[in-house]
Design a protein around this ligand. Structure first.
Ligand code: G3H
Length: 487
Protein backbone atom coordinates (compact mmCIF):
# COMPACT_ATOMS: atom_id res chain seq x y z
CA UNK A 1 0.00 0.00 0.00
CA UNK A 2 2.81 2.41 -0.87
CA UNK A 3 4.70 1.79 2.34
CA UNK A 4 7.75 -0.26 3.22
CA UNK A 5 6.83 -2.45 6.20
CA UNK A 6 9.44 -3.32 8.80
CA UNK A 7 9.57 -6.98 9.70
CA UNK A 8 10.33 -8.82 12.92
CA UNK A 9 8.86 -12.17 11.92
CA UNK A 10 10.20 -15.30 10.26
CA UNK A 11 12.66 -14.85 7.40
CA UNK A 12 13.82 -17.08 4.56
CA UNK A 13 17.58 -17.41 4.09
CA UNK A 14 18.50 -17.16 0.43
CA UNK A 15 21.05 -19.73 -0.68
CA UNK A 16 22.99 -18.89 -3.80
CA UNK A 17 23.72 -21.61 -6.36
CA UNK A 18 27.29 -20.37 -6.03
CA UNK A 19 28.98 -22.70 -3.53
CA UNK A 20 31.77 -22.24 -1.03
CA UNK A 21 34.14 -24.94 0.24
CA UNK A 22 33.49 -26.02 3.83
CA UNK A 23 34.83 -28.84 6.01
CA UNK A 24 31.76 -30.89 4.98
CA UNK A 25 32.27 -30.20 1.28
CA UNK A 26 30.69 -27.67 -1.09
CA UNK A 27 27.82 -25.66 0.38
CA UNK A 28 25.53 -23.03 -1.16
CA UNK A 29 26.46 -19.57 0.07
CA UNK A 30 23.91 -17.57 2.10
CA UNK A 31 23.49 -14.24 0.31
CA UNK A 32 20.60 -12.61 2.13
CA UNK A 33 17.15 -13.17 3.48
CA UNK A 34 13.62 -12.00 2.93
CA UNK A 35 10.54 -11.77 5.13
CA UNK A 36 8.07 -14.64 5.14
CA UNK A 37 4.72 -12.87 5.31
CA UNK A 38 1.87 -14.82 6.78
CA UNK A 39 -1.74 -15.00 5.65
CA UNK A 40 -2.61 -11.81 7.57
CA UNK A 41 -0.01 -9.61 5.82
CA UNK A 42 -0.95 -11.09 2.46
CA UNK A 43 -4.63 -10.32 3.17
CA UNK A 44 -3.70 -6.72 4.00
CA UNK A 45 -1.86 -6.37 0.70
CA UNK A 46 -4.91 -7.75 -1.09
CA UNK A 47 -7.18 -5.24 0.70
CA UNK A 48 -4.85 -2.46 -0.45
CA UNK A 49 -5.12 -3.62 -4.08
CA UNK A 50 -8.92 -3.97 -3.81
CA UNK A 51 -9.22 -0.49 -2.28
CA UNK A 52 -6.97 1.08 -4.90
CA UNK A 53 -9.09 -0.48 -7.66
CA UNK A 54 -12.27 0.54 -5.83
CA UNK A 55 -14.59 -1.29 -8.23
CA UNK A 56 -13.02 0.50 -11.17
CA UNK A 57 -13.49 3.94 -9.60
CA UNK A 58 -10.02 4.31 -8.04
CA UNK A 59 -7.45 6.87 -9.13
CA UNK A 60 -5.46 4.34 -11.19
CA UNK A 61 -8.23 2.62 -13.22
CA UNK A 62 -9.80 6.00 -14.01
CA UNK A 63 -6.53 7.75 -14.87
CA UNK A 64 -6.07 8.68 -18.54
CA UNK A 65 -3.97 6.33 -20.64
CA UNK A 66 -1.47 9.13 -21.22
CA UNK A 67 -1.00 9.66 -17.48
CA UNK A 68 -0.62 5.95 -16.81
CA UNK A 69 2.03 5.82 -19.52
CA UNK A 70 3.86 8.71 -17.84
CA UNK A 71 3.94 6.77 -14.55
CA UNK A 72 5.31 3.66 -16.27
CA UNK A 73 7.94 5.74 -18.10
CA UNK A 74 9.05 7.26 -14.80
CA UNK A 75 9.21 3.77 -13.29
CA UNK A 76 11.33 2.55 -16.23
CA UNK A 77 13.84 5.39 -15.80
CA UNK A 78 14.15 4.48 -12.14
CA UNK A 79 14.73 0.79 -12.75
CA UNK A 80 17.34 1.54 -15.41
CA UNK A 81 19.31 3.28 -12.64
CA UNK A 82 19.27 -0.02 -10.73
CA UNK A 83 20.60 -2.12 -13.61
CA UNK A 84 24.02 -2.94 -12.10
CA UNK A 85 22.47 -4.05 -8.82
CA UNK A 86 19.78 -6.19 -10.47
CA UNK A 87 22.28 -7.83 -12.85
CA UNK A 88 24.53 -8.71 -9.91
CA UNK A 89 21.61 -10.28 -8.06
CA UNK A 90 20.54 -12.25 -11.15
CA UNK A 91 24.02 -13.79 -11.17
CA UNK A 92 24.13 -14.54 -7.45
CA UNK A 93 20.55 -15.56 -6.92
CA UNK A 94 19.82 -17.75 -9.93
CA UNK A 95 23.30 -18.37 -11.33
CA UNK A 96 22.63 -16.70 -14.69
CA UNK A 97 25.79 -15.75 -16.59
CA UNK A 98 26.70 -12.06 -16.73
CA UNK A 99 25.95 -11.84 -20.47
CA UNK A 100 22.54 -13.49 -20.08
CA UNK A 101 21.71 -11.38 -17.01
CA UNK A 102 22.45 -8.17 -18.92
CA UNK A 103 20.35 -9.49 -21.82
CA UNK A 104 17.48 -10.27 -19.47
CA UNK A 105 17.58 -6.76 -18.06
CA UNK A 106 17.83 -5.00 -21.44
CA UNK A 107 15.14 -7.15 -22.96
CA UNK A 108 12.81 -6.26 -20.09
CA UNK A 109 13.33 -2.54 -20.63
CA UNK A 110 12.76 -2.96 -24.39
CA UNK A 111 9.56 -4.86 -23.63
CA UNK A 112 8.28 -2.03 -21.45
CA UNK A 113 8.95 0.57 -24.16
CA UNK A 114 7.34 -1.66 -26.80
CA UNK A 115 4.31 -2.02 -24.51
CA UNK A 116 4.04 1.76 -24.17
CA UNK A 117 4.17 2.17 -27.98
CA UNK A 118 1.57 -0.56 -28.48
CA UNK A 119 -0.74 1.04 -25.95
CA UNK A 120 -0.44 4.42 -27.70
CA UNK A 121 -1.55 2.68 -30.93
CA UNK A 122 -4.40 0.91 -29.17
CA UNK A 123 -5.50 4.19 -27.66
CA UNK A 124 -5.45 5.92 -31.06
CA UNK A 125 -7.69 3.16 -32.40
CA UNK A 126 -10.08 3.78 -29.48
CA UNK A 127 -10.56 7.36 -30.57
CA UNK A 128 -12.04 6.12 -33.87
CA UNK A 129 -15.79 5.76 -34.32
CA UNK A 130 -17.70 3.39 -36.50
CA UNK A 131 -21.32 3.77 -37.59
CA UNK A 132 -23.57 0.77 -38.22
CA UNK A 133 -27.33 0.88 -38.64
CA UNK A 134 -27.58 4.36 -37.16
CA UNK A 135 -25.46 3.56 -34.12
CA UNK A 136 -22.12 5.26 -33.52
CA UNK A 137 -19.75 3.00 -31.66
CA UNK A 138 -16.49 3.69 -29.91
CA UNK A 139 -14.46 0.73 -28.70
CA UNK A 140 -12.37 1.08 -25.56
CA UNK A 141 -10.26 -1.22 -23.47
CA UNK A 142 -11.08 -1.30 -19.77
CA UNK A 143 -9.23 -2.89 -16.84
CA UNK A 144 -10.32 -6.15 -15.20
CA UNK A 145 -9.66 -5.52 -11.50
CA UNK A 146 -7.10 -7.02 -9.13
CA UNK A 147 -4.34 -9.10 -10.70
CA UNK A 148 -2.29 -11.66 -8.79
CA UNK A 149 1.06 -11.89 -10.56
CA UNK A 150 3.71 -14.57 -10.04
CA UNK A 151 6.79 -14.96 -12.20
CA UNK A 152 9.24 -17.86 -12.60
CA UNK A 153 12.75 -18.33 -11.21
CA UNK A 154 14.42 -18.69 -14.61
CA UNK A 155 13.43 -15.23 -15.85
CA UNK A 156 12.51 -13.59 -12.56
CA UNK A 157 12.72 -10.11 -14.02
CA UNK A 158 11.74 -10.46 -17.66
CA UNK A 159 8.91 -12.93 -17.40
CA UNK A 160 7.50 -11.19 -14.34
CA UNK A 161 7.48 -7.84 -16.09
CA UNK A 162 6.00 -9.19 -19.32
CA UNK A 163 2.83 -9.83 -17.33
CA UNK A 164 3.12 -7.22 -14.57
CA UNK A 165 3.66 -4.20 -16.84
CA UNK A 166 0.78 -4.84 -19.27
CA UNK A 167 -1.53 -5.66 -16.33
CA UNK A 168 -0.52 -2.42 -14.64
CA UNK A 169 -0.60 -0.09 -17.60
CA UNK A 170 -4.14 -1.23 -18.51
CA UNK A 171 -5.40 0.16 -15.18
CA UNK A 172 -5.53 -2.96 -13.01
CA UNK A 173 -4.14 -3.03 -9.48
CA UNK A 174 -1.67 -5.69 -8.44
CA UNK A 175 -0.51 -8.14 -5.91
CA UNK A 176 2.92 -9.38 -6.87
CA UNK A 177 4.81 -12.31 -5.35
CA UNK A 178 8.35 -12.69 -6.64
CA UNK A 179 9.57 -16.24 -7.33
CA UNK A 180 11.24 -18.22 -4.54
CA UNK A 181 14.59 -18.09 -6.35
CA UNK A 182 14.80 -14.55 -7.69
CA UNK A 183 13.25 -12.56 -4.85
CA UNK A 184 16.18 -10.46 -3.68
CA UNK A 185 16.66 -8.91 -7.10
CA UNK A 186 13.22 -7.32 -6.87
CA UNK A 187 14.15 -5.54 -3.66
CA UNK A 188 15.96 -2.60 -5.34
CA UNK A 189 12.82 -2.02 -7.44
CA UNK A 190 10.41 -1.63 -4.52
CA UNK A 191 11.06 2.06 -4.05
CA UNK A 192 10.46 2.62 -7.77
CA UNK A 193 6.98 1.07 -7.42
CA UNK A 194 6.32 3.19 -4.36
CA UNK A 195 7.48 6.43 -5.98
CA UNK A 196 5.82 6.06 -9.39
CA UNK A 197 2.32 4.69 -8.74
CA UNK A 198 -0.55 5.71 -6.47
CA UNK A 199 -0.77 3.93 -3.12
CA UNK A 200 -2.07 0.38 -3.27
CA UNK A 201 -1.62 -0.04 -7.03
CA UNK A 202 1.38 -2.41 -6.76
CA UNK A 203 1.70 -4.49 -3.60
CA UNK A 204 4.71 -6.78 -3.31
CA UNK A 205 4.41 -9.69 -0.92
CA UNK A 206 7.03 -12.19 0.17
CA UNK A 207 6.35 -15.58 1.60
CA UNK A 208 5.83 -19.26 0.94
CA UNK A 209 3.43 -19.50 -1.95
CA UNK A 210 1.66 -22.58 -0.58
CA UNK A 211 1.01 -20.75 2.68
CA UNK A 212 -0.11 -17.31 1.54
CA UNK A 213 -1.58 -17.70 -1.94
CA UNK A 214 -4.48 -20.16 -1.26
CA UNK A 215 -6.35 -17.70 1.00
CA UNK A 216 -5.92 -14.92 -1.54
CA UNK A 217 -7.56 -17.12 -4.18
CA UNK A 218 -10.32 -18.23 -1.78
CA UNK A 219 -11.20 -14.60 -1.04
CA UNK A 220 -12.75 -14.26 -4.50
CA UNK A 221 -11.17 -10.80 -4.78
CA UNK A 222 -8.63 -11.83 -7.40
CA UNK A 223 -9.97 -11.08 -10.88
CA UNK A 224 -6.95 -12.22 -12.88
CA UNK A 225 -4.39 -14.89 -12.07
CA UNK A 226 -1.18 -14.59 -14.03
CA UNK A 227 1.48 -17.14 -13.42
CA UNK A 228 4.48 -18.44 -15.30
CA UNK A 229 5.10 -21.83 -13.73
CA UNK A 230 3.64 -25.30 -13.52
CA UNK A 231 0.19 -26.32 -14.77
CA UNK A 232 -0.29 -28.32 -11.55
CA UNK A 233 0.06 -25.22 -9.37
CA UNK A 234 -2.07 -23.12 -11.73
CA UNK A 235 -4.89 -25.68 -11.71
CA UNK A 236 -4.81 -26.03 -7.93
CA UNK A 237 -4.98 -22.26 -7.48
CA UNK A 238 -7.79 -21.78 -9.98
CA UNK A 239 -9.92 -24.40 -8.19
CA UNK A 240 -9.73 -22.41 -4.96
CA UNK A 241 -11.44 -19.38 -6.47
CA UNK A 242 -15.11 -19.35 -5.42
CA UNK A 243 -16.25 -18.01 -8.81
CA UNK A 244 -13.78 -19.61 -11.15
CA UNK A 245 -15.87 -18.71 -14.20
CA UNK A 246 -15.21 -15.04 -13.39
CA UNK A 247 -11.48 -15.50 -13.01
CA UNK A 248 -9.32 -14.75 -16.02
CA UNK A 249 -6.10 -16.76 -16.16
CA UNK A 250 -3.08 -15.72 -18.21
CA UNK A 251 -0.65 -18.58 -17.80
CA UNK A 252 2.69 -19.71 -19.22
CA UNK A 253 3.07 -23.33 -18.17
CA UNK A 254 4.86 -26.64 -18.79
CA UNK A 255 6.56 -27.46 -22.06
CA UNK A 256 8.48 -30.35 -23.57
CA UNK A 257 9.61 -28.83 -26.86
CA UNK A 258 10.92 -31.32 -29.39
CA UNK A 259 13.45 -31.01 -32.19
CA UNK A 260 12.83 -33.18 -35.24
CA UNK A 261 15.99 -33.82 -37.21
CA UNK A 262 14.98 -35.48 -40.45
CA UNK A 263 17.18 -37.58 -42.75
CA UNK A 264 17.63 -34.47 -44.90
CA UNK A 265 18.90 -32.21 -42.12
CA UNK A 266 22.18 -30.32 -42.02
CA UNK A 267 23.93 -32.05 -39.11
CA UNK A 268 26.24 -29.17 -38.18
CA UNK A 269 23.35 -26.72 -37.96
CA UNK A 270 21.17 -29.21 -36.06
CA UNK A 271 23.96 -29.78 -33.52
CA UNK A 272 24.62 -26.08 -33.09
CA UNK A 273 20.93 -25.29 -32.51
CA UNK A 274 20.42 -28.35 -30.28
CA UNK A 275 23.22 -27.18 -28.00
CA UNK A 276 21.77 -23.67 -27.82
CA UNK A 277 18.20 -24.88 -27.51
CA UNK A 278 18.89 -27.55 -24.88
CA UNK A 279 21.60 -25.95 -22.81
CA UNK A 280 21.23 -22.16 -22.78
CA UNK A 281 20.90 -21.22 -19.11
CA UNK A 282 21.53 -24.91 -18.40
CA UNK A 283 18.27 -25.95 -20.07
CA UNK A 284 16.22 -24.00 -17.53
CA UNK A 285 13.97 -22.26 -20.08
CA UNK A 286 10.35 -23.13 -20.68
CA UNK A 287 11.18 -22.88 -24.38
CA UNK A 288 14.24 -25.15 -24.16
CA UNK A 289 14.50 -28.18 -26.43
CA UNK A 290 13.71 -31.02 -24.02
CA UNK A 291 13.65 -33.98 -26.38
CA UNK A 292 15.48 -34.52 -29.67
CA UNK A 293 14.15 -36.86 -32.37
CA UNK A 294 16.83 -37.78 -34.89
CA UNK A 295 16.39 -39.90 -38.02
CA UNK A 296 18.09 -43.23 -37.39
CA UNK A 297 20.30 -42.82 -40.50
CA UNK A 298 21.94 -39.71 -38.97
CA UNK A 299 21.93 -40.76 -35.32
CA UNK A 300 25.59 -41.89 -35.01
CA UNK A 301 27.04 -38.82 -36.69
CA UNK A 302 24.68 -36.50 -34.82
CA UNK A 303 25.56 -38.00 -31.43
CA UNK A 304 29.31 -37.84 -32.09
CA UNK A 305 29.14 -34.19 -33.12
CA UNK A 306 26.78 -33.31 -30.28
CA UNK A 307 29.09 -34.93 -27.68
CA UNK A 308 32.02 -33.05 -29.15
CA UNK A 309 30.17 -29.72 -29.01
CA UNK A 310 29.04 -30.32 -25.42
CA UNK A 311 32.58 -31.23 -24.30
CA UNK A 312 33.75 -27.77 -25.41
CA UNK A 313 31.25 -25.87 -23.23
CA UNK A 314 32.82 -24.01 -20.37
CA UNK A 315 31.51 -24.32 -16.83
CA UNK A 316 32.17 -21.47 -14.44
CA UNK A 317 30.84 -18.84 -12.12
CA UNK A 318 28.23 -16.50 -13.65
CA UNK A 319 30.58 -13.51 -13.72
CA UNK A 320 33.40 -15.35 -15.56
CA UNK A 321 33.95 -14.57 -19.23
CA UNK A 322 32.86 -17.14 -21.82
CA UNK A 323 30.96 -19.47 -19.48
CA UNK A 324 27.89 -21.23 -20.77
CA UNK A 325 27.26 -23.70 -17.93
CA UNK A 326 26.64 -22.32 -14.46
CA UNK A 327 25.39 -23.61 -11.07
CA UNK A 328 21.70 -24.47 -10.70
CA UNK A 329 19.52 -22.49 -8.26
CA UNK A 330 17.06 -25.26 -7.31
CA UNK A 331 18.68 -27.42 -4.58
CA UNK A 332 16.68 -30.53 -5.53
CA UNK A 333 17.62 -30.37 -9.24
CA UNK A 334 20.92 -32.35 -9.33
CA UNK A 335 19.33 -35.33 -7.54
CA UNK A 336 16.21 -35.14 -9.74
CA UNK A 337 18.23 -35.11 -12.96
CA UNK A 338 20.39 -37.98 -11.72
CA UNK A 339 17.23 -39.95 -11.05
CA UNK A 340 15.90 -39.27 -14.58
CA UNK A 341 19.21 -40.43 -16.07
CA UNK A 342 19.32 -43.61 -13.90
CA UNK A 343 15.73 -44.39 -14.86
CA UNK A 344 16.63 -44.19 -18.57
CA UNK A 345 19.79 -46.27 -18.07
CA UNK A 346 17.88 -48.97 -16.16
CA UNK A 347 15.44 -49.14 -19.08
CA UNK A 348 18.10 -49.57 -21.77
CA UNK A 349 19.54 -46.13 -22.65
CA UNK A 350 23.10 -44.94 -22.01
CA UNK A 351 24.89 -41.69 -21.39
CA UNK A 352 26.77 -40.97 -24.59
CA UNK A 353 29.19 -38.22 -23.57
CA UNK A 354 32.14 -38.25 -21.21
CA UNK A 355 31.26 -36.92 -17.72
CA UNK A 356 27.61 -36.63 -18.76
CA UNK A 357 25.46 -36.27 -15.64
CA UNK A 358 28.41 -35.74 -13.25
CA UNK A 359 27.16 -33.62 -10.35
CA UNK A 360 28.24 -31.73 -7.30
CA UNK A 361 26.14 -29.68 -4.87
CA UNK A 362 24.74 -27.26 -7.46
CA UNK A 363 26.14 -28.34 -10.81
CA UNK A 364 25.26 -30.99 -13.34
CA UNK A 365 27.45 -31.59 -16.38
CA UNK A 366 25.14 -31.99 -19.41
CA UNK A 367 24.20 -35.56 -20.20
CA UNK A 368 23.24 -36.81 -23.67
CA UNK A 369 21.04 -39.85 -23.14
CA UNK A 370 20.35 -42.30 -26.00
CA UNK A 371 18.21 -44.13 -27.10
CA UNK A 372 15.37 -42.68 -25.06
CA UNK A 373 12.01 -44.35 -25.52
CA UNK A 374 8.42 -44.46 -24.26
CA UNK A 375 8.18 -45.44 -20.59
CA UNK A 376 11.28 -43.51 -19.53
CA UNK A 377 10.88 -40.37 -17.42
CA UNK A 378 12.97 -38.40 -19.91
CA UNK A 379 10.46 -39.22 -22.66
CA UNK A 380 7.60 -37.31 -21.03
CA UNK A 381 8.81 -35.31 -18.01
CA UNK A 382 9.93 -31.72 -18.37
CA UNK A 383 13.46 -32.10 -16.99
CA UNK A 384 14.17 -28.34 -16.98
CA UNK A 385 17.91 -28.86 -16.72
CA UNK A 386 21.02 -29.89 -18.67
CA UNK A 387 19.98 -33.34 -19.90
CA UNK A 388 19.44 -34.01 -23.61
CA UNK A 389 17.25 -37.06 -24.31
CA UNK A 390 17.71 -38.28 -27.90
CA UNK A 391 15.16 -40.56 -29.60
CA UNK A 392 15.86 -42.30 -32.94
CA UNK A 393 13.01 -42.52 -35.46
CA UNK A 394 12.45 -44.21 -38.83
CA UNK A 395 9.33 -42.42 -40.02
CA UNK A 396 8.59 -38.78 -39.24
CA UNK A 397 4.99 -39.81 -38.45
CA UNK A 398 6.38 -41.22 -35.15
CA UNK A 399 7.31 -37.69 -34.06
CA UNK A 400 3.85 -36.34 -34.87
CA UNK A 401 2.30 -39.17 -32.86
CA UNK A 402 4.57 -38.15 -29.96
CA UNK A 403 3.26 -34.58 -30.15
CA UNK A 404 -0.36 -35.72 -30.40
CA UNK A 405 0.02 -37.93 -27.32
CA UNK A 406 1.93 -35.29 -25.35
CA UNK A 407 0.17 -33.18 -22.70
CA UNK A 408 2.31 -30.24 -23.83
CA UNK A 409 2.00 -28.06 -26.91
CA UNK A 410 4.32 -25.09 -26.83
CA UNK A 411 6.84 -25.25 -29.71
CA UNK A 412 8.73 -27.57 -32.01
CA UNK A 413 11.85 -27.22 -34.19
CA UNK A 414 12.25 -29.04 -37.53
CA UNK A 415 15.61 -29.49 -39.19
CA UNK A 416 15.67 -30.32 -42.90
CA UNK A 417 17.24 -28.97 -46.06
CA UNK A 418 14.29 -30.11 -48.14
CA UNK A 419 11.70 -27.35 -48.56
CA UNK A 420 9.06 -29.80 -49.74
CA UNK A 421 9.55 -32.00 -46.69
CA UNK A 422 9.26 -28.95 -44.42
CA UNK A 423 6.16 -27.69 -46.20
CA UNK A 424 4.43 -31.05 -45.69
CA UNK A 425 5.24 -31.02 -41.98
CA UNK A 426 4.12 -27.50 -41.13
CA UNK A 427 0.36 -28.12 -41.04
CA UNK A 428 0.48 -31.28 -38.93
CA UNK A 429 2.85 -29.49 -36.54
CA UNK A 430 1.01 -26.17 -36.14
CA UNK A 431 -2.04 -28.20 -35.24
CA UNK A 432 -0.12 -29.57 -32.24
CA UNK A 433 2.00 -26.65 -30.99
CA UNK A 434 1.77 -22.89 -31.11
CA UNK A 435 5.09 -22.18 -32.84
CA UNK A 436 7.05 -24.15 -35.40
CA UNK A 437 10.71 -23.18 -35.81
CA UNK A 438 12.40 -24.12 -39.06
CA UNK A 439 16.10 -24.93 -38.90
CA UNK A 440 16.47 -23.10 -35.59
CA UNK A 441 16.00 -23.71 -31.88
CA UNK A 442 12.76 -22.96 -30.01
CA UNK A 443 12.60 -19.60 -28.28
CA UNK A 444 10.18 -16.99 -27.05
CA UNK A 445 11.66 -13.97 -28.80
CA UNK A 446 11.42 -11.57 -30.47
CA UNK A 447 9.09 -10.65 -27.63
CA UNK A 448 6.62 -8.87 -29.91
CA UNK A 449 5.70 -12.27 -31.38
CA UNK A 450 2.71 -14.03 -29.80
CA UNK A 451 3.80 -16.33 -27.00
CA UNK A 452 1.41 -19.08 -26.02
CA UNK A 453 0.93 -22.85 -26.13
CA UNK A 454 -1.67 -25.55 -26.59
CA UNK A 455 -2.90 -28.12 -24.04
CA UNK A 456 -1.14 -27.83 -20.64
CA UNK A 457 1.42 -25.34 -21.95
CA UNK A 458 -0.48 -22.06 -21.65
CA UNK A 459 -3.70 -20.21 -21.19
CA UNK A 460 -4.08 -16.84 -22.92
CA UNK A 461 -1.44 -15.23 -25.08
CA UNK A 462 1.47 -12.99 -24.19
CA UNK A 463 3.51 -10.68 -26.41
CA UNK A 464 3.32 -6.97 -26.41
CA UNK A 465 -0.09 -6.33 -27.97
CA UNK A 466 -1.63 -9.67 -26.94
CA UNK A 467 -0.71 -9.00 -23.32
CA UNK A 468 -2.43 -5.59 -23.38
CA UNK A 469 -5.54 -7.32 -24.68
CA UNK A 470 -5.23 -10.19 -22.19
CA UNK A 471 -5.21 -7.83 -19.20
CA UNK A 472 -8.20 -5.75 -20.32
CA UNK A 473 -11.67 -6.14 -21.73
CA UNK A 474 -13.15 -4.58 -24.83
CA UNK A 475 -16.02 -2.29 -24.02
CA UNK A 476 -18.25 -0.32 -26.30
CA UNK A 477 -19.76 3.14 -26.00
CA UNK A 478 -22.72 3.18 -28.38
CA UNK A 479 -24.78 6.24 -29.28
CA UNK A 480 -27.95 6.03 -31.37
CA UNK A 481 -28.15 8.74 -33.99
CA UNK A 482 -31.34 10.73 -33.64
CA UNK A 483 -32.32 14.38 -33.94
CA UNK A 484 -30.93 15.34 -30.53
CA UNK A 485 -27.78 13.29 -31.03
CA UNK A 486 -26.60 14.45 -34.44
CA UNK A 487 -23.34 15.89 -33.16
O1 G3H B 1 11.27 -19.78 -19.87
C1 G3H B 1 10.65 -19.27 -20.77
C2 G3H B 1 11.13 -18.02 -21.43
O2 G3H B 1 10.09 -17.19 -21.85
C3 G3H B 1 12.00 -18.35 -22.55
O3 G3H B 1 12.43 -17.26 -23.23
O4 G3H B 1 13.11 -18.47 -25.26
O5 G3H B 1 13.87 -16.18 -24.85
O6 G3H B 1 14.76 -18.02 -23.47
P1 G3H B 1 13.61 -17.51 -24.26
Amino acid sequence: NGEMHSWNGEVHEVLSPVCIKTAEGLKRKVIGSYPLCDEKEAAEALSAAVAAYNNGRGEWPTMSVADRITCVEKFTHKIIEKKAEVVKLLMWEIGKSHGDSVKEFDRTVEYIYATIDALKDLDRQSSKFSIEQGIVAQIRRSPLGVVLCMGPFNYPLNETFTTLIPALIMGNTLLFKPPKHGTLLHYPLLTAFRDCFPKGVVNTIYGRGNKIIPDLMKSGDINVLTLIGSSKVANELKKLHPKVNRLRAILGLDAKNAAIITAKADIKLSVQETVLGSLSFNGQRCTALKIIFVHRSLADEFLTELSDAVSKLKFGMPWEAGVSLTPLPEPHKPAYLKDCISDAVEKGARVINENGGATNESFVFPAIVYPVSKGMKLYTEEQFGPVIPVVPFDDVEETITYLIESTHGQQVSIFSNDDEEIAKLIDPLVNQVSRVNINCQCQRGPDVFPFTGRKDSAEGTLSVIDALRSFSIRSLVATKLNDSNKH
